[in-house]
Design a protein around this ligand. Structure first.
Ligand SMILES: [Zn+2]
Length: 122
């Protein structure tokens, strides 16, 4: 089973995204890191056509999306390919050229995608 790590309230179980110190649902400060399903449903996608980050400039347009995970959290992530709103997808953990860990949304069951293969397609 494919999983990602999210902050979860240990009191009520609510996913905390973006990360917070206090639960947005019950105000508990008992937030823990937990594996959650990496599967979800696309809400929207967009092509970025401008960037202030030099490493993205030669790879524009760059796809990003919002996806609602099975745990209920709605997150923003990089998008590997055009996917339609309502389509089921999965998240792959990936490291960007600066060394930052981030999420990449892709078709369910597709092979692992390398950062170098992303961008430049619209
Ligand atoms: Zn809570």
């Amino acid at each position: 089973m494919n999983n990602i790590i999210l902050d979860i309230c240990s009191q009520c179980g609510e996913a905390q995204y973006p990360p917070r110190e206090i639960c947005r649902h019950c105000l508990s400060d008992q937030i823990i890191k937990k594996n959650v399903s990496a599967f979800g449903k696309i809400i929207s996608q967009i092509d970025l056509r401008h960037s202030l980050e030099v490493s993205f400039l030669k790879k524009l347009p760059w796809k990003i999306c919002t996806i609602q995970l099975e745990c209920g959290a709605i997150i923003m992530a990089h998008l590997a390919e055009p996917l339609k709103a309502g389509q089921k997808a999965e998240i792959q953990n990936i490291t960007d050229p600066t060394g930052a860990d981030c999420w990449l949304v892709k078709s369910i069951g597709s092979t692992q995608i390398k950062w170098e293969k992303l961008g430049g397609k619209s």
